[in-house]
Design a binder for this molecule. Structure first.
Ligand SMILES: *Cc1c(COP(=O)(O)O)cnc(C)c1O
Length: 364
């Protein structure tokens, strides 16, 4: 399993909802000697990565990456595509963060909030769009709400947006869905979707990958003050020749290219199915052991599950049993910390490793 020259050091296996476990082969690539980012080999790697990302996002339009956390693309989406008013459908911490970012960028976001653990459904979106006196420039949605474990039905929601407000751009935080849950950028008619490398792509943090529609590129030309690094109007021409505006983390791009090749070998559909199987095992474990799911309806993410425990000390017990068996698990997010824990069943984990984790945390 270990790549030549890399001894796999003993370490806790990550089952937190990001960053995730990175295997030895990918870690070995990160240790390759540095090269200049204007060298042919680096530029070829950047162009190859964009092609692989188009395949991953299922788009024939644009896909790029930048050195940044995924949050940078929430901000870039607003700065490039919204003059004033975006609609934010929130149901957890990450969708709420996006609305805060719009305010921080001097915009006037309109928030339609659902309770944590609820899903955003097409009828909620239709209602919000119809209540508006003029069309929103963009709607901001979170696909897999990592704070609660909800998977919002983005394909159906996007169809509703197209029907009720065809000029509204559809921006999607797909951070814990890309490479773990079905996402079809072109077929669904999305305008922006993004994900960091440290979630279902099973790489270290450092790059954000994103897909962009041609319609969004055109729209960005009309918005002043887009910034320099993540300027959607300038990006397609830069990447066409592999010319990055700043210095990318070249070894991480090499590792991304290797991972995209491995995903092609596994098969994207097979990878989605493996994630669904990991979720279903986790839910069954919860049902059999007194840990009901925090999400009480069918819109459950295949990549992260929040389970309820009786109280805080029951959560402590789970995390401690995981730790003793060599696994790292996280408590619930923010206000859910006291009586839930989350399992990030995402990335490259084989099913057997999830079974081993669940066996280890089963109450005596
Ligand atoms: C992890 C996560 C983010 C933030 O990613 P960063 O790379 O830390 O900026 C945003 N949205 C969702 C849904 C996430 O799970």
């Amino acid at each position: 399993m270990n790549a030549p020259g890399i001894q796999d050091v003993p370490h806790p296996i990550l089952f937190i909802p990001g960053p995730v476990e990175v295997d030895a082969e990918l870690r070995a690539i990160l240790a390759t000697p540095a090269i200049g980012h204007r060298q042919r080999e680096a530029k070829d790697a950047f162009i190859l990565a964009c092609g692989g990302l188009r395949e991953l996002y299922r788009t024939e339009q644009h896909a790029f990456f930048e050195n940044a956390p995924a949050t940078a693309l929430m901000e870039a989406g607003i700065r490039n595509l919204v003059h004033k008013r975006s609609l934010h459908m929130t149901c957890g911490a990450f969708s709420e963060r996006w609305a805060k970012i719009a305010t921080a960028c001097g915009r006037e976001p309109v928030v339609v909030a659902r309770a944590w653990g609820e899903a955003i459904l097409p009828e909620h979106v239709a209602e919000a769009l119809e209540a508006a006196d003029e069309p929103y420039e963009a709607i901001c949605l979170t696909h897999s709400e990592t704070s609660t474990g909800v998977l919002n039905p983005i394909g159906e929601i996007a169809a509703t947006v197209r029907e009720h407000s065809p000029d509204t751009l559809i921006l999607v935080d797909a951070v814990t869905s890309v490479a773990g849950a079905e996402l079809a950028f072109d077929e669904w008619g999305l305008d922006l979707a993004f994900a960091g490398t440290q979630k279902c792509l099973a790489l270290p943090p450092g790059l954000v990958t994103y897909a962009l529609s041609e319609r969004a590129v055109q729209r960005s030309h009309e918005v002043p003050g887009r910034g320099f690094l993540l300027d959607f109007a300038a990006t397609p021409a830069r990447f066409a020749t592999g010319e990055s505006p700043a210095t990318p983390c070249v070894p991480l791009v090499f590792a991304l290219n290797r991972q995209l090749e491995r995903i092609r070998t596994e098969g994207l559909e097979a990878r989605w199915s493996r994630h669904t199987a990991m979720r279903d095992l986790t839910l069954r474990f919860g049902a059999e052991n007194g840990f009901p799911p925090f999400v009480e309806h069918e819109h459950r993410s295949p990549t992260v599950t929040a389970l309820r425990a009786a109280d805080s000390s029951a959560v402590d017990g789970v995390i401690e049993r995981a730790r003793a068996a060599g696994f790292s698990l996280g408590r619930g997010y923010g206000k859910l910390k006291q009586d839930t824990f989350r399992i990030g069943h995402m990335g490259d984990h084989p099913i057997e490793r999830v079974e081993a984790l669940l066996d280890a945390i089963r109450p005596a």
